[in-house]
Design a protein around this ligand. Structure first.
Ligand code: F6R
Length: 244
């Protein structure tokens, strides 16, 4: 628990930088699972600063994003492709071929096969060294809404009405928010060797309490993280308000 979100974000960025550097020393690649949304923005800011001012290189970094709206064109302002390039990729030396973000443009009949290939690609890279997560007010991680099973894999899902309401701020009107998304599954996330879940602000306090201290259940998919051997929750004092 950090007093301020900024301090928490900086500590997460340092941990990521440390992973990248230690892999680099061994001549290996760091495989990162990344999130979008407001929670990781300050982490990405600090990573960009470390790149610019302290020589942190992303040459040996491979990334897999958690999710993308469906349908979604990559050049739309609300796309996670656009978000990731604006917030991180355009500002560091990552190789374009090392970036993976679920493709929101696919025809529906190709989605299943594409999702299986996404899982395979992660495995072929040696699995995720670190998965970064935010949490939605429904308890979702990625877009694994309530009802998602612990073994779920990358797939097309329906967004929860509360998630659609929360996304409306990015789409002008609620009716413009896509009803569906492609997301890594809870099972995909659970295979990561290390997981960091971030939550900032009082709006996350209730769901964070249920996630960390509540019953493990698919009603709060993030609660499955209690069973992960190496998961960490990084929060500010406001998100921690309801922890006992
Ligand atoms: C984003 C994602 C979502 C968000 C969650 C929290 O890629 O997978 O699970 O992490 O909705 O969003 P923010 O950080 O905007 O509160």
């Amino acid at each position: 628990i950090f007093e301020e979100a900024r301090e928490g974000a900086i500590s997460v960025a340092y941990e990521i930088a440390e992973l990248i550097r230690s892999k680099q020393k061994k001549g290996k690649r760091a495989v990162l699972g990344l999130a979008t949304g407001s929670s990781p923005i300050s982490v990405y800011k600090e990573l960009i600063r470390l790149h610019r001012e302290e020589g942190l290189s992303f040459e040996n970094v491979v990334t897999f994003n958690l999710d993308e709206y469906y349908p979604m064109q990559p050049d739309e302002l609300q796309s996670y492709v656009h978000f990731m390039h604006e917030q991180l990729f355009n500002h560091v030396d990552i190789r374009p071929e090392n970036i993976h973000i679920p493709d929101g443009t696919l025809p529906i009949e190709k989605v299943r096969e594409y999702c299986q290939a996404y899982e395979r690609q992660i495995e072929e890279c040696g699995g995720l060294d670190l998965q970064l997560l935010g949490i939605g007010r429904t308890g979702h991680i990625g877009f694994n809404e309530p009802g998602s099973s612990i073994t779920s894999a990358t797939r097309l899902v329906k967004l929860d009405p509360l998630t659609i309401t929360d996304a409306a701020k990015d789409f002008i009107k609620e009716e413009y928010v896509p009803l569906r998304a492609l997301t890594m599954g809870v099972g995909t996330i659970m295979k990561a060797r290390k997981i960091i879940l971030m939550a900032w602000g009082e709006g996350k306090a209730k769901i964070l309490q249920e996630t960390v201290e509540g019953r493990i259940s698919d009603e709060v998919p993030a609660s499955f993280l209690q069973q992960h051997p190496n998961a960490k929750v990084v929060v500010d004092q406001w998100a921690a308000l309801e922890l006992t």
